[in-house]
Design a protein around this ligand. Sequence first.
Ligand code: GS8
Length: 219
Amino acid sequence: MSKGEVVLLDFWASPFCMRVKIALEEKGVEYEAREEHLFAGKSELLLKPNPVYQKVPVFLHHGKPLYDSITIISYIDEVWPSPPLLPASAYGRAQARLWADFIDEKVLVAGNIWRSKGEVAERAKNEFIDLLKQLEGGLGEKEYFGGDSFGFVDIIVISLASWFYAFEKFGWFKVEEECPKLSAWMNKCMQRESVAKVIPDAEKVYEYAIMMRKLRGIE
Ligand code: GS8
């Protein structure tokens, strides 16, 4: 496949973009990731497909744009079916989508620990730990969220985990102490080639978060 077929409008610290990159790596699809300057002028390619929704990731397949990470990884799973990311059964797929909603609607919101301070940060932290425990319950004794193989929900959670170190630093807690099973699952996923290649260095994400806090006047 020629490289130009698959282009990703990317931002290195975005967990939403990481989801798409891990999915592509899992499938062995060649792609070109174009880094967007989110705060210093977005590219024409990002602005043009949808003037209302100007966020990354944007996925271009033969020039045709798609946005929203969940939609994109579901599309990738259909176009390049092997290895499958979503479960084979309709019920399994519905459950995977419910977890994706839980992460986007709840866990990510509580992850705002890094964008707050004082009592607000404390509340966000407590809620975040509570939600992580629910997530850990969802993993249960399984190897991966979907069962025996790494898939859709794992991709979503491990992408978010790229920010855990920053959350820990601002919230004064340790995921490993609060959720040891989830932490062991994280370490296992981090060993995967697709994940190790995509997930940025935790210190770099933390430094980026410090910079963003300063820009927002949170310090
Ligand atoms: C969220 C994308 C998003 O928020 C998805 O793809 O799953 N639900 C969407 N992207 C952020 C970067 S990550 O924080 C973004 O592009 N922000 C730039 C902006 O809002 O201008």
